[in-house]
Design a protein around this ligand. Structure first.
Ligand SMILES: Cc1cc2nc3c(=O)[nH]c(=O)nc-3n(C[C@H](O)[C@H](O)[C@H](O)COP(=O)(O)OP(=O)(O)OC[C@H]3O[C@@H](n4cnc5c(N)ncnc54)[C@H](O)[C@@H]3O)c2cc1C
Length: 465
């Protein structure tokens, strides 16, 4: 059978594309390498979730000094099924910057506003009713004491009638559900191996379950897998270059009262230094706490016994560094590298210092920054030396926000696609996921990429009509 549209990947980018195409009456197939896991079937932020819904169980790393650990979801719904659900509207300043640096047309905040409204409505984006969680309250209290700006970030989470925490509005529960209702076919456990390209057009997708023929192909595999698939298909110009992330470092903080809800994480973010630096809270199941102490385990192995009084917090920067996704002959997985700049390292140290000041101001009794050999920080005087001692050699840097490896823009020297995601030189092939974002946006990116994905698919369908 041949489809009007074949979409590779069912994360936020693929789900928006599938819904909009199916609602216009096109025949749509979504090819998703990961499994279908019903929302709620596995505990959030658990090791079981990592095993079932992340690529390689979440154990993936960008090589460099320091190496940057990153995670990619791999399941129906992609990152939306596992992420924290924190929503921001696109940052107008960052959109202007991208428009300038990459010659992107039609990307102002005003132009994206209607798509953002649509996303917010469909995902029931709202701040949680009731008081802040104890882990969030720590951040708010610290910010208030220091006079820093912050906010309780809205989430795609619909309050439940019982007044509980609410139900996370993942792609499976929203956009993919709509797409299927409109006739789209979602095929889990189907891996796209390469695209078939003939005379400047894509005619379909070779998968591990056979060939899928389509009039239009849209690649939405996320910022690592999308460039890998394009490269495997022989599309090379600029592809895989410009990987941009939010390098992130963490601190374990111990308080004299319970702050840890293992099934949730802090929604409050400190934005005093945005978009360059964001301070916030991470998942804090006991396993995560132990992981955060791996660089000081000999000394700190007793700390997790009190894990309910502890939580993990992060400092996340808008990195200036850049990475690359490359193919290696004989290997199925791409090789990912990332070069943190000297300025990034300095910004991470400054961020770590600010985070520890904040947590101290909020009442942390003991803090352990997660780098090898880090000291225990017991008061504010120790913060500068503890932050300053983090080096390329001992830092433990991670990220969950990956962008930029198939950047959009009319400037063909930098971009892989035009301003709306159409791959330069291939008439009916598009990218519509986080790879399009020219750089990490300084905010949690899903809201930005979904608004852009809506705009792009609208333009594609206008063209088709
Ligand atoms: C732990 C975590 C927490 C996060 N928290 C937030 C948050 O709170 N707020 C926020 O805005 N963002 C958050 N993010 C980031 C957000 O989830 C991503 O930016 C977003 O999911 C990217 O969407 P995407 O469509 O580009 O790709 P993805 O969501 O990565 O989806 C890509 C899908 O394509 C599939 N795929 C890839 N290659 C192939 C192939 N060859 N064949 C078939 N299928 C393929 C993958 O299996 C995957 O399911 C978080 C991410 C993680 C991992």
């Amino acid at each position: 059978m041949s489809y009007d549209v074949a979409i590779v990947g069912s994360g936020p980018g693929g789900a928006v594309t599938a819904r909009e195409c199916a609602r216009r009456g096109l025949s749509v197939v979504v090819l998703e390498e990961g499994d279908h896991v019903e929302p709620g079937e596995v505990a959030p932020y658990s090791l079981e979730q990592m095993r079932r819904q992340y690529r390689h169980g979440g154990l993936t790393v960008a090589l460099g000094r320091p190496p940057v650990a990153y995670t990619e979801a791999s399941c129906v719904g992609g990152g939306s099924e596992v992420n924290s659900g924190l929503y921001h509207r696109p940052d107008p300043g960052v959109l202007d910057e991208w428009s300038r640096t990459n010659s992107i047309e039609g990307l102002s905040a005003a132009e994206l506003a209607r798509w953002s409204s649509l996303v917010e409505e469909r995902l029931s984006v709202a701040t949680a009713p009731g008081p802040l969680s104890p882990a969030s309250e720590v951040l708010r209290r610290g910010a208030e004491t220091l006079g820093w700006d912050g906010l309780d970030v809205p989430r795609w989470q619909r309050p439940d009638e019982a007044g509980g925490k609410g139900v996370r509005q993942t792609m499976l529960r929203t956009y993919l559900d709509d797409a299927v209702a409109a006739g789209a076919e979602v095929r889990p456990r189907v891996r796209a191996l390469r695209l078939r390209l003939e005379r400047g057009r894509a005619s379909g997708v070779h998968t591990d379950r056979g060939f899928v023929s389509a009039d239009q192909v849209v690649v939405c595999g996320g910022a690592i897998q999308t460039p890998a698939l394009l490269l495997r298909s022989g599309i090379r110009r600029n592809v895989g270059r410009g990987l941009s992330v939010h390098p992130t470092v963490k601190v374990l903080a111990d308080f004299d009262a319970e702050v840890n809800d293992p099934a949730d994480l802090a929604t409050y973010q400190v934005k005093e230094f945005a978009p360059g630096l964001t301070l916030g809270g991470s998942a804090g199941r006991p396993g995560m706490i132990a992981l955060g102490l791996s660089g000081t385990w000999e000394r700190d192995r007793d700390l997790p016994a009190d894990w309910r009084r502890q939580s993990v917090y992060y400092a996340s920067i808008r990195g200036q560094g850049s990475g690359r996704v490359r193919l290696v002959p004989g290997l199925e997985d791409p090789l990912v590298t990332y070069a943190l700049t000297h300025r990034d390292l300095a910004a991470l140290r400054a961020g770590l210092g600010r985070l520890m000041l904040l947590l101290g101001a909020a009442g942390a009794r003991v803090q352990v920054p997660s780098y090898v050999g880090a000291p225990r920080v017991l008061d504010a005087d120790q913060v500068p030396s503890a932050a300053g001692a983090m080096t390329r050699g001992n830092a433990s840097v991670m990220t969950v926000h990956l962008c930029g490896t198939a950047a959009m823009g009319e400037d063909r020297r930098r971009g892989v696609t035009d301003s709306f995601g159409r791959v330069h030189g291939v008439a009916n092939l598009r990218v519509n996921d986080a790879s399009l974002l020219p750089s990490a946006p300084g905010i949690n990116p899903q809201g930005t990429l979904m608004a852009i994905a809506h705009r792009n698919v609208d333009q594609m369908l206008e063209g088709a009509g």
